[in-house]
Design a protein around this ligand. Structure first.
Ligand SMILES: [Zn+2]
Length: 121
């Protein structure tokens, strides 16, 4: 966790970050976000990290959202397109979903990381 702090990933409604979700967030940062931030060279803002089930419902997240496990974060910066390229080139991610104003990126500590790049409206 070089460029990010744990508190940036706590649930936006209740401030929670359960232990397993915390471990997953650390893995997401160390494998995906820190290396991307290093290459990008400018701040990355975390819109959303871990979500408790209640908050996930409130924001319209899918039922099995990786946010529920701390495996995903929504982030933004001054050049989301460039940041997406960097993440793709680094090659370590599970899902990378490019939204108009932010990127959703995830990482799994176990199983296969799919390197799935998608666009969403
Ligand atoms: Zn919450």
């Amino acid at each position: 966790m070089k460029y990010f702090k744990e508190k940036e990933f706590v649930c936006r409604c209740c401030g929670e970050l359960p232990p397993v979700a915390r471990e997953n967030i650390v893995a997401l940062v160390e494998n995906v976000l820190d290396p991307a931030r290093e290459r990008f060279g400018k701040p990355i803002i975390v819109n959303s990290g871990y979500r408790c089930p209640k908050h996930n419902k409130e924001v319209g997240g899918v039922a099995n959202s990786q946010h529920l496990r701390g495996e995903a974060a929504d982030v933004r910066c001054t050049d989301n397109k460039r940041l997406a390229e960097i993440i793709e080139q680094n090659g370590k991610y599970d899902q990378l979903i490019i939204y108009p104003t932010f990127l959703h990126v995830s990482w799994k500590r176990s199983g296969v990381n799919r390197r799935a790049k998608l666009w969403s409206r």
